[in-house]
Design a protein around this ligand. Structure first.
Ligand SMILES: [Zn+2]
Length: 636
């Protein structure tokens, strides 16, 4: 613990003191001012944009309080780090109180500040409960409050960043903003009262949450604006910002999206170039495993959801392109919820493909193996994209576009289909996608069976508590159905090919998050030896590395987790474009640098020539063989 200093300063807040008191205070303030306050009225980007109050914290040991509004100081230091000069560092128990009663109105306004958290989004306390962090808080005249806080109205609100412009007028909005430790972010909120009123929350340049209600009369702040704690609110719970802060600015009007975006650009820290993407530690991978011959062991997997590989030319071209890029594992989708894309014996053929006399999957595997590339056929287990196999679902009762994973005959069917592929083809692995319930089935069978098994009502149990946990019986019901499919497939395919790699595409959830409602228990399956690999699907431009690291901590065998990155950006809800190759390889470097041993890329039809060249000349320059070692021995 650091020393807590409590300097009550400046006369604007407390207007009356006895004369000697004022004398000492004035001297004190002057001295302290030399140290902490600089009355700069510098024209800056914020004041140019109409800010009525700005503070930069950018001169050493100085708080630039333009109008001398610093009233209460409880710790806090200026550190020469990060922005264009210094920044304010507030640790736990530290805050500043600013008298901004003349600058803030409930009628309309914008508040923005740059923050750099000393914690990550998933930070928890000793009881494994998420820790909340309040950036700004203030009381209104009518005993209501204003707050901008990571975590509020806990426990339900713990995962969200809340902007509450006025709690009594119900003017609030929230979003699960994913903070990254030691990374700068511009947090902005704006508000307007009246018939066309609103409250909005911005993360960097994007509006991430909005509520179109802010009624009530215009009011003034009652007390100080507290920076770094929730002291300005009645439900105080010691929620410390515990972060670095720069450039607090207040406006008396609600800035629009463009203005906020421009201010982000004009005031961003020097370390942030012109995007908010990940920063990459270096352009080399720090520690690669090599075998006795000196060959790098590193899984480089590419997922192909399309069907080009089904023709002879398509297979040749696909394998040639991914080989050129440096991939060593090819994961072609052979079952996308509408039947098999190979001459299956136990299931219908995909109605969108045409099978010729030659077996496309056998041909593909030949070509891939000739080129030193493994093949892991990919199955979308619960996905149903066609009206067929009618015994395995009930329309309008089973989740949309899904098979009913609770029906034992469906579980037997899909496991047999997959087992058949392991029998008939020289495959190196099996990949399971849509290995989840896709919702809750309320068909006659499920209702009856649930009643029989638990002596409970399925529909009545279909609730989620305020912490995001399902009713425990229902959780078990969902979990057991999916685990049964995983177990059947695992046992059967490993019996046929003991060295086969069984992987799943998942969203593994660390302990701090409530379990999946869809029976996804990737960490448990891996730790129980049911699966070899979890591909952690994260196609975001800025993948959630903190979550990946937390999941890794819960796995007995760290090589079982592989980040599955996207190589495209969505330009609309339905259309993606190949991701800029320079940024794309930076991401790959970044993953391999942090977690050497493997990376997966989704998706082949977005892999353009620029990305292939960038991989071949960059992270995949040297040949590698897949790293599946260290996988535990599977149950048999
Ligand atoms: Zn059902």
């Amino acid at each position: 613990m650091h020393n807590i200093r409590r300097d009550v300063m400046l006369a604007r807040y407390r207007s009356y003191f006895r004369l000697p008191m004022i004398f000492f205070l004035v001297i004190g303030v002057l001295v302290i001012n030399t140290m902490f306050l600089s009355f700069l009225s510098a024209k800056d980007e914020f004041s140019a944009g109409g800010a009525v109050f700005t503070v930069h914290f950018d001169t050493p040991l100085a708080l630039e309080i333009g109008k001398g509004v610093l009233v209460e100081r409880n710790g806090g230091t200026i550190v020469p780090d990060g922005m264009r000069g210094g920044v304010l560092r507030l640790l736990r128990d530290e805050y500043l109180g600013l008298d901004l009663r003349n600058d803030i109105r409930s009628k309309e306004g914008t508040l923005m500040l740059w923050i750099r958290p000393h914690w990550g989004y998933y930070a928890t306390d000793q009881t494994n409960f998420p820790v909340s962090h309040t950036f700004v808080s203030m009381a209104w005249d009518n005993n209501a409050y204003f707050v901008l806080s990571d975590g509020w109205w806990e426990p339900e609100g713990a995962p969200y960043t809340y902007f509450v412009a006025h709690n009594q007028f119900r003017a609030h909005t929230h979003k699960d903003i994913r903070y990254v430790q030691d990374e700068w972010m511009l947090l902005s909120c704006n508000w307007k009262q009246g018939n066309s009123g609103f409250v909005r929350l911005y993360e960097n340049t994007s509006m991430v949450a909005e509520s179109l209600t802010f009624n009530g009369s215009s009011i003034r702040p009652k007390g100080l604006l507290y920076l770094g704690c929730d002291k300005g609110t009645s439900p105080r719970k010691d929620r410390w910002a515990d972060c670095d802060i720069a450039n607090l600015a207040i406006f008396t009007r609600a800035l629009d999206d463009t203005e906020i975006s421009n201010l982000w650009n004009a005031t961003r820290p020097m370390t942030l170039k012109n995007s908010v993407d990940v920063t990459v530690p270096s352009d080399s991978v720090s520690s690669q495993t090599r075998d006795d011959r000196g060959v790098i062991l590193e899984t480089r997997a590419i997922f192909d959801e399309g069907t080009e590989w089904m023709t002879k030319e398509g297979a040749q071209q696909t394998i040639a392109r991914i080989k050129k890029a440096g991939f060593n594992v090819y994961i072609p989708c052979v079952w996308h919820g509408r039947g098999a894309r190979y001459p299956a014996k136990l299931a219908p053929i995909d109605d969108k493909v045409t099978l010729t006399r030659e077996d496309p999957l056998a041909h593909l595997i030949d070509i891939a193996h000739q080129n030193g590339i493994e093949v892991h056929p990919w199955f979308c287990v619960a996905l149903r994209q066609r009206t067929f196999l009618g015994d395995y679902y009930t329309l309008f009762k089973t989740p949309y576009n899904a098979f009913d994973v609770h029906r034992p005959k469906f579980r037997a069917f899909i496991s047999n289909v997959i087992e058949d592929v392991a029998w008939r083809y020289d495959i190196d692995g099996i990949n399971l996608d849509f290995i989840r319930t896709m919702g809750l089935c309320k068909c006659h069978y499920c209702v009856q069976e649930y009643q029989r098994q638990f002596d409970r009502d399925l529909v009545a149990d279909s609730t989620v508590n305020n912490l995001g946990h399902m009713e425990p019986h229902l959780q078990q019901w969902q979990d057991q159905a999916i685990e049964d499919i995983v177990r059947r497939i695992s046992i059967n395919v490993k019996r046929i090919k003991p060295g086969l790699v069984l992987s799943v595409d998942g969203h593994p959830r660390p302990r701090v998050l409530p379990p999946s409602w869809q029976g996804r228990r990737e960490i448990k399956w891996a730790n129980d030896g049911l699966i070899d690999i979890i591909f952690n699907m994260d196609y975001d431009r800025k993948p959630d590395f903190e979550k990946h690291a937390l999941v890794l901590q819960e796995l007995y065998h760290p090589n079982q987790l592989i980040m599955l990155l996207g190589n495209y950006d969505m330009i609309s809800k339905k259309q993606g474009l190949p991701r800029d190759s320079r940024y794309f390889v930076q991401l790959v470097y970044s993953v391999l640098h942090r977690w050497p041993g493997g990376v997966g890329i989704y998706l082949y039809n977005q892999l353009d020539d620029a990305q292939i060249d960038a991989l071949a000349q960059g992270p995949f320059k040297e040949k590698a063989e897949p790293l599946w070692t260290n996988c535990p021995s599977l149950v048999h």
